[in-house]
Design a protein around this ligand. Sequence first.
Ligand SMILES: NC(=O)c1ccc[n+]([C@@H]2O[C@H](COP(=O)([O-])OP(=O)(O)OC[C@H]3O[C@@H](n4cnc5c(N)ncnc54)[C@H](OP(=O)(O)O)[C@@H]3O)[C@@H](O)[C@H]2O)c1
Length: 275
Amino acid sequence: MQINENTLLIGRFHKKVSPRSLNIYNPVFEELGINAVYMLFYNEDPAVLVSGLRTLKLSGAIVPGFESDSSLPPLLDSLSNVANFVGKVGFMYQRDGIVTGDLQSGKGILRTIEKVSSLEGKKLVIVGAGNVVKALLFEIREKGIGCEVSIFNRTLGNVEALQEEFPFIKARTLDELESANGDILANISDIGGSAEDIYFTEKVVGNFSNIVDITFERENTNLVELGRKLGKNVSTGWDMFAYQGIVCLEAITGVEIPFDVMRKHVHVGLSETVV
Ligand SMILES: NC(=O)c1ccc[n+]([C@@H]2O[C@H](COP(=O)([O-])OP(=O)(O)OC[C@H]3O[C@@H](n4cnc5c(N)ncnc54)[C@H](OP(=O)(O)O)[C@@H]3O)[C@@H](O)[C@H]2O)c1
């Protein structure tokens, strides 16, 4: 790729040196001929990075180091509806000097689920009740998708808190997971990643046709392997990683990114950095 005066600069904003995704998005730009570069900028203080984005006219930034930092959103000019609702910013883009914060996880996991099955009229069973689930429920409601949603979570109170906003969901504890059944089972929790998986058994997986896992620390989790062994349709955390990246880069560059291209580079790039 030839860097010139039209090259879009996109930041990876982090608190420390953290190279993940530099080896994914830059090869995607290269393969698709998109005149953009993805570069790491790091500082403990998000105000320094946002000020740099404005001054240097970056097109946008993905902010994995600051998703939970409440001092970031007030630094921006506006927030998307989903970022405002969840109270988190995952990426930002700058147009005509206006910096907008947005959140990629809800759209990313929705597309990951839709890779294995449409949702309309289906029964979706979710494990987990954290931020990604909140963003997903927001997107399901925004799109007016009519599906039945049951959520199984370690802490029942966290699902009940979601129920106040989304009365259509059913709340269950993880102890009841063996009785769960439906069209799609989606693990949207730390289980299988930073938390040990003592929950997903053949009996649980056998009750579904479609399996979705969000774990990105490794692709072939116990849940993914059980899904494949039992002949289910499976979407993995690396599919989610790809869809999330597409959501961010399409919003920042305005260019459509084919899933197959992003997915290929996610496989190569994550194999180098997380396995
Ligand atoms: N593949 C990707 O590209 C991608 C993208 C985004 C996120 N992720 C992953 O998705 C996961 C969820 O993200 P999030 O932002 O929604 O996280 P979060 O808000 O922290 O929620 C974590 C969820 O995991 C549950 N959990 C944590 N430890 C557990 C344990 N030992 N046993 C059972 N449940 C446990 C929590 O249950 P309680 O409510 O009981 O605490 C909660 O439901 C994270 O692991 C994250 O790394 C992957």
